[in-house]
Design a protein. Structure first.
Lengths: 138, 139
């Protein structure tokens, strides 16, 4: 069974590679390469997979999941400029893809030894663009 | 990893099968058979899958995807009467199922030239109204 919890955070970013010219960055990232940055209201959907516990009837305690997301993702990223304030985005371009991978990496250890496993991270950068990441599995 | 992009187009259509009588068509398609057609604000989702490029941090160049979808689909479909204005629907009934099939063919036709080594088209979804959603896994 799958269960999904939603969270939101607002952050700014610049998508550009230091080794490229402004023109090359604009070609790859469009307006997202603007050197002073810009922001999004990110919407995150975290999906867990597992069987309901026969006693509690729950796959995972959603309050606990909310706290894990809050602590690992929302607190460090909300109202931040990702490139300057949230490692590894001082070195890694904070595209929606890379932010989704980072969120996955921050969340996954919380489910070690749990009956529920992290199944998918969906990150909406805007209503028109979202990314699904399910770890390294193909 | 999968990246999904949403697009919109507004179009009208009429569902009518030439092989059936007028009453059979009305029986089959109901209001969608109205002789003068009717329209929807369609929402199209295009999902693209591939490896994450370590340098760019991207699965797909979204600007290139936007250009491809605009050229192959949106420019021909938006603010049109599908049955009369879009070549394929002169012979194919523009149900959402068939619209998805045509959109897949059109995207695949330009895919290789746009993304020579790049990601693959994974799936497309069409929302005809808030209550109707159709999904096609790309072949």
């Amino acid at each position: 069974m799958l269960i999904t919890r939603k969270a939101e955070f607002s952050a700014s970013h610049v998508c550009a590679q230091a080794s490229l010219t402004p023109e090359q960055n604009r070609e790859i990232y469009g307006a997202a390469a603007n050197p002073n940055g810009h922001g999004h209201n990110y919407v995150l959907e975290v999906t867990l997979a597992g069987d309901p516990d026969p006693v509690t009837g729950m796959v995972f305690d959603l309050k606990q999941l909310k706290e894990i997301i809050q602590k690992s993702v929302v607190e460090p990223m909300d109202h931040r400029f990702l490139n300057y304030e949230v490692p590894p985005f001082d070195k890694v371009v904070p595209t929606a893809e890379n932010v989704a991978v980072e969120i996955w990496n921050r969340l996954r250890p919380a489910f070690d030894g749990s009956r529920a496993q992290l199944h998918n991270v969906r990150l909406y950068e805007t209503e028109e663009l979202y990314v699904d990441y399910a770890g390294d599995r193909p | 990893m999968t990246v999904t992009r949403r697009y919109k187009f507004a179009a009208s259509h009429r569902l009518h099968a030439a092989r059936f009588s007028e009453s059979e068509n009305f029986e089959l398609y109901g209001k969608c058979n109205n002789p003068h057609g009717h329209g929807h604000d369609y929402l199209l989702e295009v999902s693209v899958s591939g490896p994450l490029d370590a340098k760019s941090g991207q699965v797909v160049n979204v600007a290139a995807l936007d250009r491809l979808v605009a050229k192959q689909v949106i420019e021909d479909f938006d603010s049109r009467y599908l049955n009369m204005d879009v070549r394929e629907f002169q012979s194919v009934i523009p149900t959402s199922e068939n619209i998805l099939g045509v959109i897949e063919d059109r995207l695949q036709a330009g895919w290789r030239a746009t993304f020579p080594a790049g990601p693959r088209l994974a799936s497309i979804r069409l929302r005809e109204t808030r209550r109707n959603l159709f999904e096609l896994k790309a072949s």
